[in-house]
Design a protein around this ligand. Structure first.
Ligand code: SF4
Length: 278
């Protein structure tokens, strides 16, 4: 019996990633190398395709020749690295997502106003590292509820959150902080597009008997999506259609396909097509 396949309307690139990829593609049409620190998005196939047009991915700013063209990813970049880019006279194309830049603006003005900044997010994520670099030493990064300190948290304080952080963990951390403080300003900086994607995914999980999550294995928003969905319905996290295994779908009648923010719509369509053949 054929499997019914339902593709989420939110699947495919988010607006920030779409803008960054289009921007990089336009610059690469000029037939000159374009450097990037780390993968421009969490999608192997897209990166390989861009490399074919002259994108060079490196992990050290020092490895980029002076005067080169350089692209800043949607996550943004630490202040110190941007200063090094300026010293090397790189031509910088800044594709930091506007939602991330909004957090930059918030933490800068709130720090000037005397707030201690609490960043909720993964300290190893480039977005959090970029935000942290703008504040100096007077801030705290929290990733897990149990990390909320039992000692007095500096006040007044202001909370911002990594755009793609898990909203359930965010709320749990928030609850523990707010119960211990009197002057806490909460800035909900979770990405609205990501929340919408998660909302649709949960709805689809309630209407299907299996969910395929398509997205990079290192992608924060995809990992959150998968963690939320696997609690509701059997699910698998794949990067591309080639990873689909027919055996997993032997008893499945209706399958939902959702994706992380850096998965192209074409890859989602390939996954849906392959599932239809099972
Ligand atoms: S997931 Fe949201 S915050 Fe991240 S790049 Fe996309 S639109 Fe911007």
């Amino acid at each position: 019996m054929d499997i019914e396949v339902v593709v989420a309307s939110t699947a495919g690139f988010c607006s920030g990633v779409r803008q960054a990829i289009q921007g990089a593609q336009e610059r690469l049409q000029e037939n000159r190398k374009l450097y990037c620190l780390g993968d421009i998005i969490h999608n192997h196939d897209v990166i390989e395709s861009l490399k074919g047009f002259g994108l060079v991915v490196t992990d050290r700013i020092e490895a980029i020749p002076d005067g080169s063209r350089f692209v800043v990813r949607t996550h943004g970049l630490q202040k110190e690295i941007l200063q090094k880019a300026a010293a090397k006279e790189l031509t910088v194309f800044d594709f930091t997502c506007p939602r991330v830049k909004k957090i930059y603006h918030l933490v800068t003005t709130l720090t000037e106003d005397g707030y201690h900044i609490l960043i909720i997010g993964n300290p190893n994520h480039p977005e959090v590292q970029a935000i942290s670099s703008l504040i100096g030493t007077d801030h705290t990064i929290l990733q897990r509820p149990e990390e909320v300190p039992s000692f007095t948290i500096p006040e007044p304080n202001a909370i911002v959150v990594q755009t793609t952080f898990n909203p359930d963990i965010f709320l749990e951390i928030l609850k523990r902080i707010v119960l211990r403080t009197k002057k806490t300003l909460v800035c909900n900086t979770l990405c609205g597009e990501t929340l919408k994607r998660q909302q649709e995914a949960r709805k689809l999980a309630g209407e299907t008997d299996f969910i395929v999550v398509v997205g990079g294995k290192q992608s924060s928003n995809t990992k959150t999506l998968f963690a939320q969905i696997r609690n509701i319905v059997p699910a698998v996290h794949i990067e591309n259609a080639r990873e689909l295994q027919k055996d997993c779908f032997r008893h499945v009648k209706k399958v939902g396909v959702i994706s992380g923010a850096s998965t192209p719509a074409q890859e989602v369509a390939r996954v849906a097509d392959r599932l239809s053949e099972f």
